[in-house]
Design a protein around this ligand. Structure first.
Ligand code: ARG
Length: 264
């Protein structure tokens, strides 16, 4: 009996010991990453798995930096709460780096260039942002798309319909409850392309600014520097371009990305 107990405790101790060892070997514990996985092709659900360009980039950067990561689909607004309250280590969700957000969060170096565009029915007469002034526009709440429409149409205008996620905004357009959706170009372009039966088109407007996505961290995060370094590394060693080509079928504009990184 005693022998059995002894053997058992040795097994248990052995397990514990091994766990510590593998942690030491792996270096760092798994990081909690939060996202809003309703924004294809950047982050979306494939059955019960979170996938997309952002997921690939963060996974590659984490590997480079020696971290393991665990992705959690929490939704858009909760991302900011999770990071603010330091319940998550990183957020990745096509988050545009801007001065307002920089007050409350830290960001990695930029990893993607985007701009808002306008999704409308093929038959729409809307030609650009100016034509949206007296129209009903659906946006995802709390995004740069909403901010652009606040500035154009008026902050509290009921003509701006705000949704918890971007797919709901697109649904509103399809069912005729809105004249347009304003969101990141790659997202609405992919939607229009993959759903030809919905007869939608995307138009651009040069008054919409260039935006750069960053990984978002709690203020003062100790791991931000590791991820900046890792991002630079995967941009330099071709891993980033490979991921980009797989998702978008084209080469990334690395020069533009790098020149933005040097701006402060
Ligand atoms: N780029 C825009 C922003 O930062 C929209 C991002 C929305 N992302 C998402 N996963 N729904 O405001």
């Amino acid at each position: 009996m005693l022998g059995l107990l002894l053997a058992l405790s040795m097994i248990l101790a052995g397990c514990g010991g091994e766990e510590v060892k593998s942690n030491e070997a792996g270096g760092k514990k798994a990081l909690r990453v939060v996202t809003d996985a309703a924004y294809a092709p950047f982050e979306y659900m494939d059955k019960d798995k979170i996938v997309g360009f952002d997921i690939d980039v963060l996974t590659a950067a984490a590997k480079e930096a020696g971290y393991t990561v665990e992705f959690n689909h929490v939704g858009w607004d909760p991302i900011f709460v999770e990071i603010e309250k330091k319940r998550a280590d990183i957020a990745i969700s096509s988050i545009t780096i801007n001065d307002d957000r920089k007050k409350s969060y830290d960001f990695s170096i930029p990893y993607f260039l985007s701009t808002n565009k306008i999704l409308i029915p093929e038959t729409s007469e809307i030609k650009g942002a100016n034509d949206l002034k007296d129209k009903i526009v659906a946006v995802q709440n709390g995004t740069t798309g909403q901010a652009a429409m606040d500035a154009l149409i008026g902050k509290n205008s009921s003509n701006i319909k705000k949704f918890e996620n971007n797919n709901l905004a697109i649904m509103e357009l399809i069912k005729g409850g809105a004249d347009a959706v304003v969101a990141d170009n790659a997202v609405i372009e992919e939607y229009a392309k993959n759903n030809p039966d919905k007869k939608l088109k995307v138009i651009r407007d040069d008054t919409f600014a260039s935006e750069f996505y960053g990984m978002m961290f709690p203020k003062g995060s100790a791991i931000k520097a590791d991820f900046d370094k890792a991002l630079n590394k995967i941009i330099e060693n071709g891993t980033y371009s490979k991921i980009y080509k797989e998702r978008f079928g084209t080469e990334p504009d690395l020069e533009k990305l790098k020149s933005q990184q040097n701006k402060k």
